[in-house]
Design a protein around this ligand. Structure first.
Ligand SMILES: [Zn+2]
Length: 354
């Protein structure tokens, strides 16, 4: 199986300067772009246009948008203690959103089956009115709202595999039954939110699945966890679009995360998603990825490479294990127990969507 895959590439993202010692630095993306050169003939590569104010305000408040505009052409300043910006950061932020929206267009026009927005700054910590956690605009949230508004998509699944909880995504869609938020993360890391019991509210009750990870999990543990929890979400919720907040900071070499996964894990989970997508019905939901964290440029590049390899047809199998460590089996049981009463998930035999 190989999909038609698009990506965003633009050197203007490298103009978002955060200072010498900041983990979210331009080299993250420049190394990925160098790797992309080897794939160029397999990918549709687009250069983004900036989003409009109206599009950014699908999620963000006018006050937040104005705050970002005021940083234009200024010397280095800060939007939050951990989120510095430079003269061209506003433009990178605007292009990051624009690139995501163009990716949605390519998917919805059926030009591509999968799209990876290789952008910075990242987005999943940005809330409607606040930057933070290296994020300025919530790129993926805006893209989800855009897909719903422009193309009438009624059920969108967001998968957040960054090691940090996507508090912005969680908050923005907390009461939205049209967008399911699924996150695996480490509760002991920033922003310290996302307990299992946080399942959404109101019309969104049962449409948020937060799964705190334990440390020392293996790749096999993680694939088991995804097969046992995410496949039931896909089978029950039946998303028309699957979006991934693709952060790679749970990699063993990452200086910020404290986990021990290899880059191959991301290829295996991508493959799991591709298989689930095929089984999810016709037309199969398109796959959208946007870059979130990942702070060791080499392992980040290898991880993005693993995702693109899976998408473009290299033989990467999900290899779902039959069991996992006791801690992980207990997490899966606890999550399913919390979610069964909502009636949204549909439990399936891993690898077989009924
Ligand atoms: Zn992260």
């Amino acid at each position: 199986m190989n999909l038609r895959v698009g990506i965003t590439r633009d050197d203007r993202f490298l103009e978002h300067k955060t200072g010498h010692f900041h983990p979210e630095h331009p080299k993250r993306l420049s190394e990925i772009y160098r790797m992309i050169d080897y794939y160029a003939d397999r990918l549709t590569i687009i250069s983004p246009k900036p989003a409009s104010v109206e599009q950014v305000e699908l999620v963000h408040t006018p006050a937040h948008v104005n705050r970002i505009l005021k940083t234009a052409e200024q010397r280095i300043t800060s939007l939050a203690p951990d989120t510095p910006v430079s003269a061209k950061s506003y433009l990178a932020a605007w292009l990051a959103v624009g690139g995501c929206l163009q990716g949605i267009d390519l998917l919805m026009e059926n030009t591509c089956d999968a799209f990876f927005a290789l952008v910075r700054p990242p987005g999943h910590h940005a809330t409607a009115d606040r930057a933070g956690g290296f994020c300025i605009f919530n790129n993926l949230a805006i893209a989800a709202r855009y897909a719903a508004a422009r193309y009438g998509i009624e059920r969108i699944l967001i998968i957040d595999w960054d090691v940090h909880h996507g508090n912005g995504l969680n908050d923005i869609f907390h009461e939205d039954g049209g967008i399911y938020y699924y996150s695996t993360h480490d509760l002991m890391l920033y922003p310290y939110s996302g307990p299992m019991e946080d399942t959404g509210r109101g019309a969104g009750a049962g449409c948020t699945m937060n799964i705190p990870l334990v440390r020392d999990m293996t790749d096999d543990d993680m694939v088991y966890l995804y097969a046992r929890t995410l496949l039931p979400v896909i089978a029950g919720y039946k998303p028309q679009l699957i979006m991934v907040a693709a952060g790679f900071d749970a990699h063993a070499d990452d200086p910020v995360g404290h986990h021990r996964f290899s880059e191959l894990l991301y290829g295996r989970i991508t493959r799991l998603l591709m298989d689930a997508r095929e089984a999810a019905g016709t037309p199969a939901p398109p796959l959208f990825f946007t870059l979130e964290g990942g702070y060791d440029p080499r392992s980040l590049t290898r991880s993005v490479h693993a995702v693109l390899s899976a998408l473009t047809g290299d033989e990467i199998a999900a290899l779902v294990p039959e069991t996992a460590s006791d801690d992980v089996v207990a997490i899966v049981d606890a999550v399913l127990t919390i979610h069964r009463p909502y009636g949204v998930i549909h439990e399936v035999i891993p690898g077989v969507i009924q």
